[in-house]
Each structure stands twice: as structure tokens, then as C-alpha cells.
Design a protein around this ligand. Structure first.
Ligand code: B12
Ligand code: SF4
Ligand code: SF4
Length: 343
């Protein structure tokens, strides 16, 4: 068995459903990324512009690296849609995958009998991960911008181990399997795709409910719908996901936590708005949802209650008018206005 094949079987044993190898060099889609930044589509994600130079060439990210072992990890596209995007219902993928890639790294050193230099990245450095994953043969850029794999769909995370070892690369994924389909573009509630494969992130519900730190503009409140955290709509409608999504393996770290499992949007929003900081820290330890912080989640919960709440929710929303965070108070006031106008 070649070293490349042994690496892939080790990756599979570590729980990565997909793996491939890319030779490092300039990212082919870097000019598209630059155009995207120039149009302001990154909104408040200023860290993306800061790392732009390095993103153009992943070999510049760490000393002497020559190849990347790129992996994909299923996060369970067959689970029912809900108020929290599937990727965020369990443990934080950054932690899970970085740990496993480090194990792969240590294995590689012992297998080759030398200290392999390199570093694991799971959205933890300036890398265009979808570009690198396409180069390693993991899938194509779907029109919804997701990397889609013909045997797994798009509900998988991407991670990369950059190493100072020359490996035989896999063939890049050249085909475009979207064909004439436009389901994802048509389904987006905020019309966030300005063209196929170009997402204005400032309109995306995922950005509005996770990355945006301030007010969610009122114009988008209705479109946020029942999404308390993130959005899966443009993936749910994709025929490749409908056909090829896989359930989580039994021991998956991405299984829903009790604070989320089986809750509909109204129940989840009510519980989030009423949650104390201590309870939040305990229940969401190691969860990707901590990125939005409790105040961001309460903001989102208020918007969702404005969309789907009933007169029974007025009490919880009224209590939120006394929240220490102005952000929460403002969005709760909006929801109360909406509910009273509806009565
Ligand atoms: C910023 C970011 C976001 C932003 C912007 C998303 C976006 N589409 O750009 C927001 C907050 C909106 C977001 C949302 C989500 N994200 Co995100 N995000 C990132 C991050 C950090 C950077 C992505 C980036 O560089 N965007 C800039 C734009 C220009 O890049 P792009 O959209 O990927 O476009 C590339 C290609 O489409 C191509 N391209 C562009 N135009 C064209 C035109 C043609 C003709 C062609 C052929 C190609 C092409 O070139 C671009 C550059 O490589 C990556 C991690 C990383 N370090 O890469 C995760 C990442 C992309 N996100 C991920 C996930 C899971 C999500 C969500 C599903 C989470 C959720 N459920 O809420 C959503 C999906 C929304 C969507 N449709 O993309 C995964 C995607 C895995 C996969 N299978 O693709 C990543 C890779 C994280 C990871 N390590 O797993 N995300
Ligand atoms: S994640 Fe939701 S809001 Fe964002 S592009 Fe996809 S469908 Fe639109
Ligand atoms: S929904 Fe259709 S167009 Fe969109 S990514 Fe899937 S196959 Fe491509």
C-alpha cells in the first residue's frame, strides 16, 4: 500500500468520511475571493480581508509546507431541519477535527520515521478551504457555494493538515454536477446569491444570526423566519443532499445536545431568551453556538418569536425588555410590537 493510501485509510479510521491530497500552490479561485471582498460581500467579517494575501496561496501559511491532506467529516444531513443549523447542534467541529488531524499528524511522523513539520487547520487560519478541498478531489463548488461531494452531498466539514512532505496529489474535482439546477438559488429566503456561486454574505441568515454582532436590520427580520442559529435552506433543497446525505455515526460528536434536540423554533427561542449566563455556559460548553454569545442568541430568539410567537410569549419577551444588553432589549421590543399588532 502506498503512503498516500495508508494516510487515507488512517483518516477514515479517525472518522473522516472523505480524504484527498493536494499539492500546495496558489489557490485557483483566489481572484474570485478578491472580487468578492472588493464588492463588500464579507460585511463585518473583516478578518477575511486581513488574511487575503495568505489565502491566495496556502503554502505561505506555514513554514516549508508542500502538501495538504484534506478531509471531510459528515455532520448528519439526514437529521430533520430545525431552528439550529445541523452543523451547530453538537460539539464544535473546530475542536473535534483539529484534535483528530493532530492525531493523524503524529501517526504520519511515526509511520515515516521523521518529525513531519506542519499544522492542522479547520477554519483556524487564512485558507480558502473549499478551494483546497476541490483541488484534493473532494467535490465541486455548488451554485450555493457549498463544496458538494457526489457520494455525501454537502453536509460535511472541511479540514486540512498542511505538511512539509511531498505526496502524490489526487486529481482535482473538475466536473460541475449542478447542471441546469437552480433550486438553491431559488429557495434562499433573502435572495442572497447575486449569481450562481457568489453569495452576498451580508444578506445570508447564517451571517445575520452568527457573525453579525449588532442589530439584525429590520428589513431581514421576517426572512430570518424560524432560524435561531444558522441556516440550511440552500442545502436542504439540493438533490445531491436529498439523495446522498448520511446519518451521523452512533459515536458522532455532532449529535444534538439536550438543550436543542427535538425543540421547535418557538420553544427553543423561548428557552434561549429566558436563559441565564451561568446556564448558558454550562449547557453550551464546547458548542459552536457560543460564537454568537448569549446576547446574540437572545437577539435571534426575539426575532424568531416576532415571526412565530403567540400571545403566550408576551411575558418572556416583556422580561427581556429589562435585559442588561441593549441589543436584546431592542429586538424584544420589536417582537412585542409585532405580536401586539397581530392581535
Ligand atoms: C466566511 C464563511 C462563511 C460566511 C460566508 C459564506 C460564503 N459562501 O462565502 C457565512 C457566515 C455566510 C457562512 C455560512 C455558512 N458556512 Co461558512 N465559512 C466561511 C469561511 C470561514 C470562509 C469562506 C470564504 O472564504 N468565503 C469567501 C467566498 C468568496 O468563498 P466561497 O463562497 O467559498 O467561494 C469559493 C468558490 O465558490 C469559488 N467561486 C466563487 N465564485 C465562483 C464562480 C465560479 C464560476 C466558480 C467555478 C467558482 C467560484 O471561489 C471562492 C473562493 O474559493 C469557511 C472556512 C474557510 N476558512 O474556508 C467556512 C465554510 C465555507 N463554511 C461552512 C459551513 C458549513 C457554512 C454553513 C453551512 C453554516 C450554516 N449552516 O449556517 C453556511 C453555508 C452558507 C453558504 N451557502 O455558503 C463550511 C463549508 C463546508 C462545505 N462542504 O462546503 C466551511 C468550509 C467551514 C469548514 N471548515 O467546514 N460561512
Ligand atoms: S444559508 Fe440560508 S440565507 Fe444563507 S444563502 Fe443559504 S438559504 Fe440563503
Ligand atoms: S441545489 Fe442544484 S444548483 Fe444548488 S448546489 Fe445543489 S445541484 Fe447545485
Amino acid at each position: 500500500m502506498s503512503l498516500e493510501d495508508r494516510i487515507k485509510s488512517q483518516a477514515s479510521a479517525l472518522g473522516f468520511e472523505l480524504s484527498g491530497i493536494a499539492r500546495l500552490g496558489p489557490a485557483e479561485s483566489a481572484p474570485l475571493f478578491e472580487q468578492w471582498l472588493a464588492k463588500g460581500f464579507a460585511g463585518g467579517m473583516t478578518y477575511l480581508a486581513r488574511g487575503a494575501g495568505k489565502r491566495a496561496d496556502p503554502s505561505s501559511v506555514y513554514v516549508n509546507v508542500k502538501s495538504a491532506v484534506v478531509v471531510g467529516m459528515n455532520y448528519g444531513g439526514t437529521a430533520p431541519a430545525g431552528p439550529v443549523a445541523r452543523y451547530a447542534r453538537g460539539d464544535d467541529y473546530h475542536d473535534v477535527m483539529t484534535q483528530r488531524l493532530r492525531t493523524l499528524h503524529a501517526w504520519l511522523s511515526s509511520e515515516t520515521g521523521r518529525d513531519i513539520g506542519g499544522k492542522a487547520y479547520v477554519d483556524t487560519g487564512p485558507i480558502l478551504e473549499r478551494d483546497l478541498a476541490r483541488k484534493a478531489g473532494l467535490g465541486w463548488f455548488g451554485k450555493n457555494t457549498m463544496l458538494v461531494n457526489p457520494e455525501l452531498g454537502s453536509f460535511f466539514f472541511i479540514g486540512a493538515l498542511l505538511i512539509d512532505l511531498e505526496l502524490e496529489p489526487d486529481a482535482p474535482f473538475e466536473a460541475d454536477r449542478c447542471g441546469t439546477c437552480t433550486r438553491c438559488l431559488d429557495a434562499c429566503p433573502t435572495e442572497a446569491f447575486v449569481a450562481p456561486r457568489v453569495l452576498d454574505a451580508t444578506r445570508c441568515i447564517s451571517y445575520l444570526t452568527i457573525e453579525l454582532k449588532g442589530d439584525i436590520p429590520k428589513a431581514w427580520h421576517n426572512a430570518v423566519g424560524e432560524n435561531v442559529y444558522g441556516c440550511d435552506i440552500c442545502q436542504d433543497v439540493c438533490p445531491w443532499n436529498i439523495r446522498f446525505s448520511r446519518a451521523l455515526p452512533d459515536d458522532s460528536p455532532y449529535a444534538s445536545r439536550p438543550a436543542i434536540a427535538g425543540k421547535d423554533s418557538r420553544q427553543l427561542a423561548l428557552e434561549m431568551l429566558a436563559r441565564s449566563p451561568d446556564d448558558f455556559s454550562a449547557e453550551f460548553k464546547g458548542s459552536p453556538m457560543k460564537r454568537a454569545k448569549l446576547r446574540g442568541l437572545k437577539r435571534n430568539a426575539a426575532v424568531v418569536l416576532g415571526n412565530v410567537g403567540t400571545a403566550d410569549d408576551v411575558e418572556v419577551l416583556t422580561r427581556a425588555l429589562d435585559d442588561e444588553e441593549p441589543l436584546v432589549r431592542e429586538h424584544a421590543a420589536w417582537a412585542l410590537d409585532v405580536l401586539s399588532a397581530r392581535r
